[in-house]
Design a protein around this ligand. Structure first.
Ligand code: FHN
Length: 465
């Protein structure tokens, strides 16, 4: 759509309102990440598309992290590599040699999709924002995109605007709605033959369409690693998004805008199963908003081949949330709905477990920041040993214990004042606190089985920093 590109550049030239970001990273990187995002802490990622029909990937310890992703079914089947044989074998055995990936599209029916029910579940989970795959690397769009004719959820399959219907339901629940969008497409012939035309006539018009139609609060790009940001024209697009678009105040973007941009440019930094590409994740001493994303199991798209032991337990998920938030990050936890529009029951269960914990302990998560009193964690508490985590809100500190502490918790260097009180969230039990030397000492009370939780939060009010 040449028209959209012209409009984009016209907007850039005129800069019709107050914002004045320039189309270069130096300027764009100055835009602060809107505060609502850092305060939210917990979001739900949804990978849903044609790949939800075969919903299959190999599992087990011998398979690499990225090779377990069921949403890569089409590519893994075709691409020579370590796991191609598994995908091919499954496909041939199950669907036969003449069955093409495209033949899955009419089987993606979403006949049981109830957006209101999804949104109620999301609300109950305690998540504050949702990110739905508007288009994954397969190129199939979950909205009636003019650029994706006959390869979208209205022309084929569900015959429904899935992005639109979910957006309405999610916003009604007071949650933030966002979209994942893959810059690259594996098999789009225009992408493969004429990148410039793909970017100008397909990719940018699609992103503008998503923004204008649904006014999302997040645009979560991906598939950026294939080309540098200049070739994707990312800086020009973001300039429009930040200066002129209808979402310029609230929109949050990530760092996936070109092969060179992760943890360097854009908005929030992102990790995935704790990794950035092949590297270990975020250096938490870098004070920049960041987000960890991963599935409840080992795949983003639904993988029917997973068993219970592939799924994180409720305890593991709470640990993931708490450890991420205490290091200043957000958790974007993924679910993979079935092609019929239902959310697998185990995923519903896990979300509700998190929600139940957050109902009692949410104040130790939402709106908090990393608690860094000294650069060295050991100086805060020698017993931390990664089962005790800290968050902070104003003058209050939250001590989050994954296991019930069997002895006193000694917080080195924390200074209580006279009115400092300690409360165990979710109970009325009074908690003894005293000053000992330069330290604050909490003596855990006696608990009954009714007080049993996935993690225990001691809130220390009114500290003197
Ligand atoms: O290839 C994708 C993958 O399928 C999934 O969408 C994740 C989510 O962050 N991103 C890509 C790999 O980084």
């Amino acid at each position: 759509m040449k028209y959209s590109i012209l409009l984009l550049f016209l907007f850039l030239a005129l800069n019709l309102n107050g914002q004045n970001y320039q189309p270069d990273w130096e300027s764009l990187d100055k835009r602060p990440v809107p505060q609502w995002f850092e305060d939210s802490k917990f979001g739900i990622f949804i990978h849903w598309g044609v790949y939800s029909v075969p919903s299959w990937g190999p599992t087990g310890d011998s398979i690499g992290v990225y090779d377990k992703y069921a949403e890569w079914y089409w590519r893994k089947m075709d691409q020579p590599g370590k796991v191609q044989k598994y995908f091919k074998e499954f496909h041939l055995k199950t669907y036969g040699p003449d069955f093409k990936y495209q033949d899955f599209a009419p089987m993606f029916k979403a006949e049981l999709f109830d957006p209101e029910q999804w949104a109620e579940l999301f609300k109950e989970s305690g998540a504050k924002y949702i990110v739905l795959t508007s288009k994954h690397h397969e190129g199939f769009t979950l909205w009636p995109s003019a650029q994706s004719w006959n390869w979208n959820s209205v022309d084929i399959g569900p015959h429904r605007d899935l992005c639109g219907d979910l957006t309405t339901a999610v916003k009604k629940q007071g949650l933030h709605m966002g979209f994942y969008y893959s810059l690259y497409e594996w098999y789009n012939p225009i992408y493969r033959s004429d990148l410039n035309s793909y970017v100008d006539n397909h990719m940018i018009p699609q992103m503008i369409d998503l923004v204008i139609r649904y006014t999302p609060d997040i645009l979560w790009t991906d598939g950026e690693w294939d080309k540098p940001s200049k070739e994707w024209k990312s800086e020009a697009f973001l300039t429009w998004l930040y200066n002129e678009s209808p979402v310029k105040e609230n929109i949050v973007v990530n760092d996936r805008w070109g092969s060179e941009t992760r943890s360097k440019h854009g908005g929030i930094y992102t990790t995935e199963y704790g990794l950035i590409g092949d590297k270990e994740g975020i250096d938490s001493s870098i004070p920049h908003p960041w987000e960890e994303c991963r599935g409840i199991g080992t795949s983003f798209g639904y993988n029917r081949n997973e068993n219970l032991n592939d799924y994180s337990t409720p305890e593991q998920l709470i640990k993931l949330l708490v450890s991420t938030v205490s290091a200043g990050g957000n958790l974007l936890l993924d679910i993979g709905p079935d092609a019929d529009g239902t959310i697998p029951v185990i995923m519903q269960q896990r979300l509700l477990d998190i929600g139940k914990w957050l109902k009692i302990n949410g104040e130790a998560i939402y709106g908090t920041r990393a608690f860094i009193m000294s650069k060295k964690d050991e100086a805060i508490n020698p017993e931390t040993n990664k089962t005790i985590f800290f968050t902070q809100k104003n003058k209050d500190v939250y001590v989050i214990c994954l296991d019930w502490p069997k002895s006193d918790i000694i917080l080195k260097g924390l200074k209580p004042i006279n009115k400092t009180k300690v409360q165990l969230l979710g109970t009325n039990i009074s908690v003894a606190v005293k000053k000992a030397g330069g330290n604050l000492v909490i003596t855990p009370p006696v608990l009954t089985p009714d007080d049993n939780q996935l993690a225990y939060v001691f809130k220390i009010n009114s500290l003197n920093f």
